[in-house]
Design a protein around this ligand. Structure first.
Ligand code: CAO
Length: 539
């Protein structure tokens, strides 16, 4: 028994290759020519066959490794007889790219650059083969070895590389065409180091010598092209995707899961354009705020409303678009719960009305809002579970030791939420002045970005408009918002009889990831009692 280390053979000039598949495990018994690993360059995938029959002792590479010529692949335990007479098909270095036969080139010299016609090399069949992908366009600059086209025989997909770097001057074929060995593919303008002859030389057919490498014949060679067998050509990493190496490489670079992409090429083959279109669509969805795709929610179908009557198309303001985006984001990200209660503001209103004259003297409008701000600040201190944000790492909760509250202001440009800072440290007059000033600034379009940042909690008051309740959407990364509806006189049982009381409907929406129902119950109960008896705000 001898241990034989099987290494990566000559890669034909390629420095590093990726291991995309490991086909054996320790303990496996392998035959000569059985695939050990599959490697992939940007041109081709290639199977590295075993040079001997034997038992795998250890595997030296993992999927995803980048390795080069000479790297150890496996240790193989072989019989002595095997060792003495190794099979004839020991891998031999292969000079050319494994599946990309060297193209037939015809050249015409020029002073500094030369036109080079690239033709289809010997693809190992007399039949016409399908052009399933054209990888370049006229005007593109290609490097030597870049794929120009992909052909497909009944046995293999074959990428035809550019024999030299240069500019694509013309293309003679398009996707879906049928071609044969010798068919012209493209004319390249390549840089020429040789000085041009005085008179333009006639086109010289310079057929590259026997570097052609037929897919099927290549099988016994060291670098048996993965594509050499029709069974295998579609079975690259077992993701069910029908794609060539270049497309797979692009998908890996872009982080695209090929199994999610629909192939637009012949017989559903994936092309680079399919990958790019998939990525473009994903980015569009992520940045447009449309409720589509990403979360698996089907889009709302487009409708021609003019079929049903007169319509007018009005352009959304920037703020409307931002609001739409934020609302979708918050609605989809935050698991909302909304709790309802009524606060008795009979005394508060009596006090507020009693202060109206003084408010006027101060030049301030004293509405219920500053009282609500003060009560919410006290509730945030009382129930700190409400004064947090979910950390973006998904591992932490950020507790805040400041109390900044946003107020939703309806403006002609859209909804804005300026933030009043340190509400817990400010008195009623100061809060009234500041909320009046912020609402005016918002309506005048004078808010600065900083005026709308740093909120811990928000209040959305529709009290002046009416309504008995609504479910406000949490203004993430805040975790709760108080909706305020219109106060109204309602009968309240005092234990002996119904009393007419001024009741203010409150609607508390919260992020159930950060706040549990008991916290919300505590917060709401505190809030209702503080608003019901504002003396409590002094405690
Ligand atoms: N119940 C009954 N009356 C109320 C009330 C309530 N809950 N809230 C306010 N009012 C009264 C005020 O007392 C005032 O009446 P008086 O002049 O007689 O005192 C009147 O309604 C108008 O108040 P206001 O709207 O000028 O002032 P405000 O402090 O209540 O609200 C602001 C300020 C900026 C919050 C409000 O103007 C606003 O823009 N609200 C809309 C918020 C919004 O769009 N939210 C939805 C967000 S989600 O889509």
């Amino acid at each position: 028994m001898t241990i034989q280390v099987i290494t990566v053979p000559d890669l034909g000039g390629t420095d590093a290759v990726d291991v995309i598949e490991v086909c054996v495990a320790p303990g496996d018994i392998v035959e000569v020519e059985q695939s050990l690993v599959v490697l992939e360059t940007d041109k081709a995938s290639m199977e590295i066959p075993s040079t001997h029959a034997g038992t795998i002792v250890s595997v030296k590479v993992n999927e995803g490794d980048s390795i080069s010529e000479g790297s150890a692949l496996v240790e193989l335990e072989i019989e002595a007889a095997e060792q003495a007479a190794p099979v004839a098909d020991i891998p031999q270095p292969v000079e050319d790219a494994p599946i990309a036969a060297a193209p037939v080139v015809s050249e015409s010299a020029a002073a500094v650059s030369a036109e080079q016609t690239v033709s289809v090399p010997d693809v190992g069949t007399d039949e016409d083969v399908d052009v399933i992908e054209v990888c370049v366009a006229v005007g593109d600059t290609v490097s030597e070895g870049d794929s120009l086209i992909v052909l497909e025989t009944d046995k293999a997909s074959i990428e035809i590389p550019a024999p030299s770097g240069g500019k694509v001057l013309s293309l003679s074929i398009k996707e879906g065409d049928k071609v044969a060995s010798g068919s012209a593919i493209a004319v390249l303008l390549v840089e020429s180091s040789a000085p041009a002859p005085e008179n333009s030389a006639p086109v010289v057919q310079a057929e590259t010598p026997a570097a052609t490498h037929q897919p099927k014949a290549a099988a016994p060679a060291a670098l048996a092209a993965k594509a050499a067998s029709s069974d295998e050509s579609t079975a690259e990493p077992d993701d069910g995707a029908y794609a060539g190496p270049a497309v797979r490489k692009l998908a890996r670079q872009m982080g695209v899961d090929l199994s999610k992409v629909k192939g637009g090429g012949p017989r559903g083959r994936l092309t680079k354009d399919d990958i790019r279109a998939y990525v473009t669509k994903a980015v569009d969805v992520a940045t447009s705020g449309k409720v589509t795709g990403g979360s698996g929610i089907p889009p709302i179908p487009a409708l021609d409303f003019s079929k049903f009557g007169d319509v007018e198309l009005v352009k959304m303001t920037k703020i409307q678009k931002i609001t739409a985006n934020n609302m979708s984001r918050n609605w989809l990200n935050v698991p909302h719960v909304t709790q309802f209660d009524d606060a008795d503001i009979t005394e508060l209103e009596a006090f507020r009305k009693g202060m109206k004259a003084e408010a006027e003297k101060r030049g301030v409008k004293l509405t219920p809002l500053p009282f609500l701000l003060k009560a919410c600040a006290a509730a945030l201190r009382y129930e700190p579970a409400f004064n947090v944000s979910m950390h973006s790492d998904g591992e932490h909760i950020v507790k805040k030791d400041y109390v900044n509250i946003g107020i939703a202001v309806a403006t002609s440009a859209g909804l804005m939420v300026p933030v009043i800072r340190d509400v817990d440290k400010k008195g009623l007059w100061e809060l009234a002045e500041e909320s009046n000033a912020m609402a005016k600034k918002a309506r005048d379009g004078k808010l600065m970005p900083m005026d709308m940042q740093g909120g811990c909690f928000s209040i959305s008051s529709l009290g002046a408009m009416g309504g008995t309740g609504f479910t406000p959407i949490v203004n993430a990364p805040e975790v709760a918002i108080l909706g305020v509806s219109k106060a109204d006189i309602k009968p309240k049982w005092d234990g002996q009889e119904f009393q007419p009381r001024n009741m203010l409907p409150l609607c508390l929406s919260y992020d159930h990831r950060a706040i549990n129902g008991a916290d919300a119950g505590n917060f709401m109960t505190f809030l209702v009692s503080a608003i019901g008896d504002i003396r409590r705000l002094l405690l």
